[in-house]
Design a protein around this ligand. Sequence first.
Ligand code: AMP
Length: 431
Amino acid sequence: MPDYRTVRGMRDFLPEKAETMKYIEGKARKVAQLYGYREIITPVLETYKLLAAKTGEEIRKRMYTFKDLGGRKVALRPEFTASVARLVANTLKAEPKPLRLFCVGSLYRYDEPQQGRFREFWQSNYELMGATQPEADVETVMLTNRFLKDVGLKNFTFKMGHVGILTGILSQEGIEEDVQNKVMHFMDKKQVNKALKLVEDTEATEKCLKTLRKLVETQEENPLKACQKIKKEARGYKKAVKAVNNLQKILKLLSESEEKIEITVDPAFARGLEYYTGIIFEVYVPQLDIALGGGGRYNKLIETFGGEPTPAIGVAHGIDRIMLAMQKQKTPLKKEKKKTAAVIPIQDKMKEEALKISQMLRNAGIPAKLQVMDRNLTNSLADANRREIDYAIIVGERELKEESVAIRNLKKREQKTVKIDNIVKTIKNKE
Ligand code: AMP
C-alpha cells in the first residue's frame, strides 16, 4: 500500500479544530460587518509577478512558486494585500472612497514549521483604501482590539512603530531604497548589529549611526512620552520627525477612545513586508512570543500596480495563532448549544417513518442523525450516547400505531411516549 500522508507543513483540521477555526472566522466576519468592510473572495493562485512585486525579500523567497501547464509563472498567495491592491488598481478603480474590504482564507509560505508557524495558515484581512487621516489608522487598531475581545482573549498588547522614522533618517543620509529595505529586513529579524553594519558601509554620517543606536535603545512605557523621546533623538531628520508626529496623533486618538488599549512604542520596529509607508503594528498575548496579527499603512502600493495614487491601511490576523492563544488562555467557545436527536427505526418497515421524522426535526432546526447502520436498539442507543446526542427518537411498531414514538432523554435516562406532532415541541421546550 502506498503511504499517503499530508505534505510537510500542511495540516488536516478535525471537527473540533475546524469548528474553532470557523468560530473565529465568524467573529472576524462579524467585526467586518460592524465596521462596514464588505467581503471579497480572491484567488489562492496569482501571478508570481504580482505577489513578488512589493512583498519583501523574506516572504518572496518563501513563496510556493511554479509554472502552470500553460507555462505561466504563478504562486500561491502568501498574503492578501497584493490581491486586494490589484483589484483596487483595476476593477474597483472607480469605486467611491474610502473603500473598506474584508477577506478571509488560506495563505501559503514555505516557513520552517514550528509552534504557530505553518506553511498553510488562515488570516482575516481588512483593508481601508483612500484615506490618509489618522482616524483610518486608528480604525484598524480598534477593530483588531474588538475582534480579539470578541473571541474572548485577554491581556493582549499592541506594539507600534512607524517605518517613516527609520526610512526618514536613512533617506536623508542618501541611502538607496534597496539598502534601506535590507536594513529594515535585519531590523525586522532583530539583527540590529547587521542592520547597523549595513548603514556603516554606506556614506552615512556618525550622527546617523548614533541616532539609530539611540533609537534601538529607547525604552519608555508611556506611548506618548516615548514619542517625545524619539522626536528628540531624531532631531534634524525632518521626515523622521514628521513620522513621529503622525504616530503621536494616532496614539493620542487611541488614548482618547473609550477602549483601554495597551500599546508600547518601538521606534526600531520593522515588519517583513516592504510596502509599508506609515504606522506599523503587531498584537501579542503574554502566552506566545509570536504576533497574533499585524498591519500598517501603505500609501504607494496601488500606484505600483498601475492604479491611481491611493493611500491605504490594512491589518491581517492569524486565525491559527488566535486559536493557539485561545488554547493557552483556556478561552471557552461561546457557542449556541442546540439539542440534538438520533432517530432510530426498530424494524425495516419503520425506516420510511423514521426518515420523515428526521426531516421534520431538521425543518424545525433540530439537528437529527438517522440511524443508517441497521443496528439494533441497544447498539443504536450506545452509539447515540457515545456521540453525546441529547434525545433518541425510537420509532417502534406499537407506538406508531398510535401515531407516537418513544423519546428517550439520553442524559437523564428517562423515556416517554409522545405523539409525532408533539416531538418538536417536547425537544424545544427542553432547550
Ligand atoms: P503578515 O501577513 O506577515 O503581516 O502576518 C500577519 C499575521 O498572520 C501574523 O501576525 C500571524 O498571526 C499570521 N501569520 C503569518 N505567517 C504565518 C505562518 N507562517 N503561520 C501562521 N500564521 C502566520
